[in-house]
Design a protein around this ligand. Structure first.
Ligand SMILES: Cc1ncc(COP(=O)(O)O)c(C=O)c1O
Length: 392
């Protein structure tokens, strides 16, 4: 008998991922069709990547249209999709310059370089980040994270970095000073259990920034591109970071990242000081444009409508299962449940009912559905969730 894909994978690929036992065949909208005939409701969205769901006609049209012209030329060339996407991002965000990368971690690396250059020109050397943050798997990113699983045995990490307690204004006051070159943070922590920045913490950051003049870098890699109901999660907080890192949802399924910054900060990088072969790939930029156009043409309003509906239903579930569901967390379609038990148990119970979710850190069941999800998908999810909780 021929080997299954599960065996073949385990014999041929680095064993770094804990995969779901699903062999995907194709996907459409919010559904993933498995090779064994199973049809799954997708509340993971490729980990916040498939903002328009799967096989969205606008994404396919944009990708095919660009593939017919050219796929890759390199950054030696002026390329219309890249410049158009940059202009669109500028228009939506108000930032003045965009650097395109391929992934979240790569955007973070570029932002760390900006922090270092800012430090050099302002006589500052320390980058501060927060517990529970997730910024990627490269050395710069790991250096501003605290989770032992991701770091143990891999040091030494970047000097001049410090990870302090999230949402603790006293810790901020004790650690931020004239030597702080940058603070890097998620306004809602994705991997870190959907913790949302609190008011006192943000107030302290605003005050300290005024006093010491460090760069504020927002990691919007998971929370950006409309996921929380605003284009950026920081848009809920009345604060304006100097630098924003993006990836995931902005490409709509193709690898695309971006760093957004003011002129003053972006110009710290002079020609030749930073670059990437694939960053700003023409096909990825074309799909990125399709995502932004959908967001402008009603998708953002849709996110706010459906996320309010989902939130209401999740709160009903919490009331019905108050022994198991302790809290509904998150913002917009970056949401989830704090459970009184290991969230992998609920994730697996949902999987039996052909619903895909994510078991996050600290007993969190994390939900990152495609932004195009509708109320009937949500009803189906909530039915499965209620049944799963009752079965546990
Ligand atoms: C907030 C945040 N930053 C950075 C990253 C790293 O992105 P990538 O996996 O594309 O390198 C992630 C990925 O989950 C993320 O959620």
């Amino acid at each position: 008998m021929s080997k299954t894909i599960f065996d073949r994978e385990s014999e041929s690929i680095f064993q770094t991922y804990k995969r779901l036992h699903i062999s995907a065949d194709r996907a459409e909208g919010c559904r993933i069709f498995a090779s064994d005939g199973g049809v799954y409701l997708d509340f993971l969205g490729g980990i916040a990547v498939n903002s328009l769901g799967h096989s969205h006609p606008a994404i396919i049209k944009a990708a095919k249209g660009q593939i017919d012209k050219y796929m890759h030329l390199s950054n030696f060339f002026y390329q219309e999709p890249q410049v158009r996407l940059a202009e669109k991002l500028k228009g939506i965000s108000g930032y003045e310059r965009v650097f395109f990368s391929n992934s979240g971690a790569e955007s973070i690396e570029g932002a760390i370089k900006l922090a270092r250059l800012w430090g050099r020109t302002h006589n500052k050397s320390e980058i501060i980040a927060f517990t529970g943050g997730f910024h990627g798997r490269t050395y710069g990113a790991l250096s501003i994270m605290d989770k032992p699983l991701f770091k143990d045995g891999m040091g030494p990490f970047l000097p001049g970095t410090k990870v302090i307690k999230y949402n603790d204004a006293d810790e901020l006051n004790a650690n931020v000073d004239e030597n702080t070159s940058a603070i890097i943070m998620e306004f809602i922590q994705g991997e870190g259990g959907l913790a949302v920045a609190d008011e006192k913490f943000i107030e302290a950051i605003i005050r300290l920034k005024e006093e010491y003049g460090f760069l504020l870098i927002a990691d919007e890699i998971q929370s950006g591109a409309g996921r929380t109901g605003r284009f950026f999660a920081f848009g809920h907080f009345g604060i304006r970071p100097d630098v924003v890192t993006m990836a995931k949802g902005i490409g709509g399924g193709l690898p695309l990242g971006a760093i957004l910054a003011t002129d003053k900060v972006a110009n710290l990088l002079e020609p030749g000081m930073h670059g990437t072969t694939y960053g700003g790939n023409a096909v990825a930029c074309a799909t990125g444009l399709a995502v932004l156009e959908e967001l402008e043409n009603g998708l953002m309003d849709h996110v706010n409508e459906v996320s309010a509906y989902l939130n209401g239903k999740l709160n009903e579930i919490k009331n019905d299962h108050s022994d198991k569901v302790l809290e509904v967390r998150g913002m917009g379609l970056m949401t989830g449940l704090l459970l009184s038990f290991d969230s992998t148990i609920l994730r697996d119970e949902l999987l039996k009912r052909k619903i895909i979710t994510n078991a996050g850190a600290g007993n969190i069941l994390r939900l990152l559905p495609p932004l195009i999800i509708n109320n009937s998908d949500i009803d189906e999810f909530i039915d499965g969730l209620g049944e799963s909780l009752a079965a546990i």
